[in-house]
Design a protein around this ligand. Structure first.
Ligand code: AMP
Length: 536
């Protein structure tokens, strides 16, 4: 017997409708290029979205059409996050840090029908303009309400494109239609695109807003530093608006974070750890200015216990460590201390908080050996993480139903190696390919990095494996120092030998000015390998 409950599609218009009807007076703030802050209400956004819907229809955008954006975090980008899927189209936010050739490859692969380009990024975009000239382009101007966008007859301007009539006819009825196309940030191999559906994003939004996940409430002011092109800004734009929280969008100038927090009263922010650790001394200096900030969500890369300790002890800001991937919309696990951890010594608590945490409700995880045999959750057995959820992709765009990363029983192989402890806390050891195999034993670059960064002279670190005739591979560490240190190799050796087995201690320590980061701000280990090879 079937149940008696209503069954209608979970589509994006319901998130927009709810935020408009229940939270219409809530605000979206955008930092403009001149430092001014643009501010309008959810109700204003709603009306503009439906004007855009009507304009997109008028130019012939139809169900399934991919429409690209090349834009920073800003209110127009947010409008497009709704308007494109509401005409049945698929928003394709381009990674603005990809190289020109990667961008052209991805635009061609996606077969984008139209593209919205941020005027702030005109210089960057001009490098590929010749190759995308056949794609109708709309230019997004950003200026204060008192200013008018520049009139350039050769270019179609966003405000002119937006039709003044406000059409509200709804056409969405299939929750399994595509909503957004996001490419993974991987730098090698063919482009791998994932298409989120209305249903997957709706469910991800509900899950993200639980208290132990993002925990966003109507009282919050949320600032995703994570770019909107990175897995739709981790779904935060939708989650915040559904919860009725004000949203703060940073524009192009990411150096102005403290001022923006202070002016808008941000309570929750999110981004990769580097964004935060880079400005940690400044945050400490200007502690009073960021007193509204109560929580930072970090993910995309591991965070070290020493950094969690500084944030929580010195700044009173809670760090929530998340793990996921573009294929997972992106949220998989979140780390919160459980009730049983409350009485543990602080040091132990920081260590737990630097784990990737437990699967959020709706996500299933397991670790397996090389034969896909499930390993036990004993905190020691290490295997590849496999996941299943309603917001995990089953295949890749243009891959048909075939995906070699999917097991025969429908779990996604993530390529991450981890242990899981008896309480269900995931601890990522490394990417499968990054694990260092030395003399037949595994060495975790992440574990080494977490300890090295806790040394007071170190401000950034990366550990990679390099080929070795005797041992197969050996670890080397690349360091950024905050002060010159005599005999850094000896200092680090003495520091690490107390913590790790001797064979784990890196053979060489290189000092550099800066650790290279990839297009989403994570350590670029391929670039580091090149640097180390040149130094050897
Ligand atoms: P992306 O699809 O660009 O978001 O990259 C996903 C990958 O980033 C994952 O498969 C992990 O290797 C890595 N990753 C994401 N979050 C974390 C985390 N909290 N700790 C360690 N690695 C992470």
């Amino acid at each position: 017997m079937y149940g008696t409950m209503m069954n209608y599609p979970m589509t994006l218009d319901q998130i927009l409708e709810h935020s408009y009807k229940i939270h219409g007076d809530k605000r979206v703030y955008t930092q403009l290029p001149d430092g001014e802050i643009h501010c309008y209400r959810f109700a204003d956004l709603y009306n503009r979205v439906y004007s855009l819907v009507s304009s997109l229809r008028e130019v012939g955008i139809q169900k399934g059409d991919r429409v690209a954006t090349y834009a920073v975090n800003a209110y127009q980008h947010l409008e497009l996050f709704y308007a494109i899927p509401l005409v049945g189209g698929i928003i394709h936010p381009l990674n603005i840090r990809f190289s020109p050739s990667q961008l052209v490859q991805i635009i061609n692969h996606a077969e984008d029908k139209m593209i919205f380009v941020d005027n702030d990024l005109m210089d960057e975009y001009s490098k590929i303009e010749n190759e995308t000239s056949q794609i109708p382009t709309v230019w997004i101007d950003k200026c204060s309400e008192s200013q008018q966008p520049e009139n350039n007859n050769e270019r179609l301007n966003y405000e002119n494109f937006m039709n003044n009539s406000c059409e509200t006819s709804k056409v969405l009825h299939n929750e399994n239609w595509g909503l957004a196309l996001c490419y993974t940030s991987g730098t090698s191999g063919d482009p791998r695109g994932v298409i989120y559906t209305h249903r997957s994003m709706f469910l991800h939004t509900l899950a993200a807003n639980q208290a132990d996940v993002f925990g966003i409430t109507e009282k919050d002011v949320v600032m995703p530093i994570v770019p909107m092109f990175h897995a739709l800004g981790w779904g935060i734009p939708y989650a915040s608006m559904f919860a009725g929280a004000d949203l703060v969008l940073i524009g192009k100038n990411v150096d102005n974070i403290i001022d923006l927090i202070s002016k808008t009263g941000v309570t929750i922010a999110a981004g990769v750890p580097t964004v935060w650790t880079r400005i940690l001394p400044e945050l400490i200096n200007k502690k009073e200015e960021i007193s509204s900030l109560k929580r930072i969500i970090v993910g995309g890369e591991a965070i070290a216990p020493v950094h969690i300790e500084t944030f929580e002890k010195e700044l009173g800001i809670e760090i929530r460590h998340a793990w996921g991937m573009t294929e997972m919309s992106p949220t998989g696990t979140f780390c919160n201390l459980s009730r049983s951890h409350q009485s543990l010594p602080e040091k132990k608590q920081w260590t737990i908080k630097s784990m990737q945490g437990r699967p959020i409700p709706g996500v299933q995880i397991r670790i397996v050996d090389e034969n896909d045999i499930e390993l036990s959750w004993d905190g020691v057995s290490m295997g590849e993480v496999q996941v299943r959820s309603h917001w995990t992709s089953e295949t890749y765009y243009k891959n048909g139903s075939h995906n070699k990363d999917l097991t025969s029983d429908g779990w996604l192989r993530t390529g991450d190696m981890a242990t899981i402890n008896p309480e269900g806390y995931l601890n990522i050891v490394d990417r499968k390919k990054a694990i260092i195999r030395s003399g037949g034993e595994s060495i975790s670059s992440l574990a080494l990095e977490k300890t090295i960064i806790s040394h007071p002279s170190i401000i950034d670190v990366a550990v990679i494996g390099i080929a070795d005739e005797t041992w197969g591979e050996r670890p080397v560490a690349i360091l950024v120092l905050n002060e010159p240190v005599d005999e850094i190799s000896l200092t680090m050796y003495e520091y690490l030998i107390n913590v790790f087995p001797k064979f784990w201690v890196p053979d060489k320590f290189f000092v550099v000015e800066e650790i290279p980061k990839n297009s989403v701000g994570k350590t670029d280990k391929n670039a580091l390998r090149q640097i180390v090879t040149n130094c050897l």
